[in-house]
Design a protein around this ligand. Sequence first.
Ligand code: IPE
Ligand code: IPE
Ligand code: MG
Length: 259
Amino acid sequence: MLKRLLGGRHKSTLSEEELMKQLDISKLPVHVAIIMDGNGRWATRRGAPRSFGHRAGVNALREVVKLSVELKLKYLTVYAFSTENWKRPREEVNILMNLLVEYLYKEIDELCANNVHINPMGILSELPPKPREAVDMAIRRSKNNTGLVFNVALNYGGRSELLKAVREIGQKINSGEIKVEEINEQVIADHLFTKGQPDPDLLIRPSGDCRVSNFLLWQLAYTEFWLTDVMWPDFGRREFLQALLDFQKRERRFGGLIT
Ligand code: IPE
Ligand code: IPE
Ligand code: MG
């Protein structure tokens, strides 16, 4: 039972080719979300500074985006920086922001060549000027792309997203644009950063922690969770394929019964 619950905690011994062969391409999740966690611990275990882990984490992200494109996934959402991550030492926050800027400028050509649409989500106005410029550039350059929608959660928090939605809806009530009775789940979903997107089918969290850490609180209502002890910098194609394979074995009931 526990083994089933923690599916992904058990390292696969299969090769990438074997995993790929088992995968049913017609039953892939439409939307995959990932909490890219464990960079710091990965580095500390190697006696290296945390920044070393963050840099290695960017490489893992690059591979996961590449595989998402190869598999023709429709939506990939990655948690890159939370509204609570500002609590970290200033030096670490700066390193994370610099890595983001570097990643976007370095990768934008290839992402666009792969038809990836970059959709940063979070309170972007609170980002420092350089990351904001990089984010604006990525939005501008990729806005007409029709392939993978790549949501990058930056200064993102599920509660702050819901708070923003409530305020916006409240303003529309004040101005007479909508009535209180007209608020329904769709209206709320339409005021989130994931407007127009399906909810994640699969949430991956590496590095052993079992919590959502303020990620996609509304959208995860019926998402399948896949956890692994592998740290994010070590998360590669095999882990991603294993998560997708395990997802394909899950029985999703959405509160109903399978008849
Ligand atoms: C994830 O790795 C990166 C961010 C949160 C930005 P962490 O930095 O949280 O690494 P751990 O969890 O401390 O190992
Ligand atoms: C979640 O990881 C945020 C990101 C991966 C960007 P954290 O490392 O910040 O979460 P906690 O503090 O362990 O819950
Ligand atoms: Mg962490």
